[in-house]
Design a protein around this ligand. Structure first.
Ligand SMILES: NC(=O)C1=CN([C@@H]2O[C@H](COP(=O)(O)OP(=O)(O)OC[C@H]3O[C@@H](n4cnc5c(N)ncnc54)[C@H](OP(=O)(O)O)[C@@H]3O)[C@@H](O)[C@H]2O)C=CC1
Ligand SMILES: CC(C)(CO)C(=O)C(=O)O
Length: 334
């Protein structure tokens, strides 16, 4: 069993602390590879995991193994990779050096290329794709808040890793088509830049038809590229990806009724890219809109909106002033 041994989280930030904390709260032995600031925060406050449904888990620092040193991977059965995409190669080398050869590595990251990077750096080892549909905000003082609904998807394997890692309050579903699931998530993640550029919470933004039209236009661009590349995205909600641009453009009452039945989003939800701009960090734009642009170039499709949004995020990263509070018109460049 993967879970007979401790589970490591490689790079515990928003997702890593929430997922690792939930696993520890349900009795698993969990080791978090952390930066010093996160270690200090957890040692001081413990972990408080709050949820969109009002539930809450509290853990003391003593319920987790915390270290800045990857030697904590030495006896683990699984490593959950939760670093931002730019750090994947570095973490893969740490896994190769410190984790047992038979430990399963699971990428819980956004973007398309991370699993390939992990497999390249971890030859002969089991590396599984994962997809986290929900949003987690690092609220400070050890609190990590899950603000939207959805179950984690993990690539199906013979060992049943998804079922082994699944715990009450944090369901993990095995998926046979992780490539489709990851491209489906990539289309949703085109929204990350919109919350980052606008400084608006996700729910408030989705309540505005003008913002939804912008999201729909980005998604239509992305879908055209995927069609040209012969890729079939898979949705993690009952709504097929191809319908989403149409639904986003519907009048508010109809859209809200459909959204309300599909997923829960609380007023705190803000994308990981918003969190990056807010904290002066480099974003994952090259792995999201950047992936659409790279694919578009290969297949001769023009994606002006994606290119424009990459340029605006780069400007915001360079300015270092946080989310620039742009309007939809400013983003479109009209
Ligand atoms: N936040 C969210 O709601 C969601 C995020 N995701 C995806 O999950 C992944 C993780 O995102 P998120 O949790 O938000 O990111 P965070 O930036 O909050 O967490 C990543 C953490 O890993 C740390 N880290 C990086 N390298 C190392 C290392 N060598 N040793 C120790 N710590 C390290 C980072 O520190 P430092 O910053 O100092 O480098 C940071 O604290 C991303 O791919 C994201 O797109 C997916 C769904 C939702
Ligand atoms: C908000 C969410 C869940 C979907 O765009 C996300 O993946 C992120 O914050 O990176």
């Amino acid at each position: 069993m993967v879970t007979d041994r401790p589970i490591a989280v490689a790079g515990a930030g928003a997702i890593g602390c929430f997922v690792g904390g939930m696993l520890a709260a349900r009795g698993h032995r969990v080791s978090l590879l952390v930066r010093p600031r996160v270690k200090t925060e957890i040692e001081r406050f413990g972990l408080r995991l709050t949820d969109f449904d009002g539930s809450e888990q509290r853990l003391s620092a003593g319920q987790l193994a915390l270290s800045e040193d990857a030697s904590i991977f030495h006896s683990v059965g699984a490593v959950l990779v939760t670093v931002k995409s730019a750090d994947t190669a570095e973490v893969a080398d740490l896994i190769a050096k410190h984790a047992p050869q038979d430990a399963v590595t699971v990428s819980l990251q956004n973007g398309i290329g991370n699993v390939g990077v992990l497999r390249e750096h971890l030859p002969g080892r089991t590396v599984l794709a994962g997809m986290v549909p929900f949003n987690v905000i690092a609220m400070g003082e050890g609190r990590f808040h899950r603000s939207t609904s959805g179950d984690i998807h993990i690539e199906a394997d013979k060992a049943g890793t998804a079922a082994q890692l699944s715990v009450p309050g944090l369901a993990m579903r095995a998926s046979q088509d992780m490539v489709g699931v990851q491209y489906g998530k990539l289309l949703i993640n085109l929204n990350n830049a919109m919350t980052a550029l606008s400084d608006m919470p996700l729910r408030a933004q989705l309540a505005s038809r003008e913002w939804r039209r912008l999201f729909a236009d980005q998604m239509a661009e992305g879908l055209a590229v995927l069609t040209a590349a012969g890729i079939k995205p898979v949705s993690s909600t009952p709504i097929p990806p191809g319908w989403t641009p149409f639904l986003l453009k519907l009048p508010d009452p109809i859209f809200n009724a459909i959204l309300g039945r599909t997923m829960k989003i609380d007023p705190e939800a803000r994308s990981s890219m918003w969190q990056d701009l807010k904290h002066g960090r480099k974003t994952e734009i090259d792995y999201l809109q950047g992936a659409i642009i790279a694919l578009a170039e290969r297949h001769g499709v023009d994606v002006p909106l994606s290119r424009r949004i990459v340029a605006l995020i780069r400007q915001a990263e360079e300015a270092g002033q946080g989310p620039p509070r742009l309007t939809p018109q400013q983003i479109r460049g009209g």
